[in-house]
Ligand binder design. Structure first.
Ligand code: SF4
Ligand code: SF4
Length: 266
């Protein structure tokens, strides 16, 4: 499968979870970080291999997002930013963070995000007016390019029975463009990349392996990846209509925290 000669292969957006635990344990975290017992930091060499591979596969990647867990917990985040910029010169780089660590970071960090032209995506949770003011003051005084999403509500979409109509769920899903790369595998959304956390935390044996694509497969090319990312997958049968709830912390999670609406699994 080859693209016509004059057609560029463009991946619009890819997220890379560089850390899988978090300093803010949100109930129903879509990345299951509040239930994760283990610390994971994307290894720098593995990260470089994976980003280099993406840069070989695609003519352009428009947006690359480092997220977590809380990505600012990664001790080598500056090195990771440098790697992205070396291989992806035109890509818009974002760090998606809850912001809690921003006031504690040093000049080296703030100089680096300017050097590598990084935008901060701040998810502002209702953690206290003073804390959020301190975060915003830091962003302003450090002259950071940032955007802010105020978060008040969360939602659960998990159908533990896994009997939803995959195509129907995928077609109306707002997260189906949030593609993820984790340890050499790419997936339509974060769900296939957190299978191991769900299984460890809740003693499950979910298998989302058919919903991930190995970017090192010899027969893979950009068009095959883009086609794969534009399809519903087996994992989508574990999604259902969203059940919304007010954001709160939850350090003793139950799988029910993630459940979606009963009867939303057409
Ligand atoms: S801040 Fe984000 S990553 Fe951390 S627990 Fe909340 S939703 Fe999950
Ligand atoms: S598994 Fe499918 S339906 Fe569920 S969030 Fe991902 S893309 Fe959407």
């Amino acid at each position: 499968m080859n693209l016509p000669e004059n057609k560029m292969s463009v991946l619009k957006r890819i997220g890379i979870p560089i850390v899988e635990h978090c300093n803010l344990k949100c109930k129903g975290c879509l990345h299951f970080c509040n239930s994760n017992q283990e610390e994971f930091y994307y290894d720098c060499e593995e990260f470089e291999r994976d980003v280099m591979r993406l840069s070989e596969l695609f003519d352009n990647i428009e947006v690359l997002i480092l997220y977590g867990g809380e990505p600012l917990l990664h001790p080598k985040i500056i090195r990771l930013l440098e790697i992205v910029r070396v291989y992806l010169k035109k890509t818009k780089i974002e760090i998606l963070t809850n912001g809690l660590l921003l006031p504690t970071l040093d000049e080296n960090f703030y100089q680096s995000i300017k050097k590598y032209d990084v935008c901060i995506g701040w998810s502002a949770y209702p953690v206290g007016k003073k804390i959020n003011m301190k975060i915003e003051d830091t962003l302003i005084s450090e002259k950071v390019v940032y955007y802010k999403n105020d978060v008040q509500m969360f939602y659960g979409i998990f159908n533990p029975l896994g009997n939803s109509n995959s195509y129907y769920q995928w077609k109306r899903c707002s997260g189906r463009k949030c593609h993820v790369l984790r340890k050499g595998y790419i997936s339509v959304c974060p769900a296939p990349a957190v299978e191991h956390i769900i299984n460890q935390s809740f003693d499950k044996q979910l298998d989302f392996s058919t919903s991930r694509l190995n970017i090192y497969d010899e027969s893979i090319d950009a068009e095959k990846i883009l086609y794969f990312l534009e399809q519903s997958h087996d994992v989508c049968k574990y999604c259902t209509s969203a059940r919304t709830f007010i954001w709160e912390r939850q350090s003793k999670p139950k799988l029910e925290d993630w459940y979606g609406k009963v009867g939303g699994n057409e």
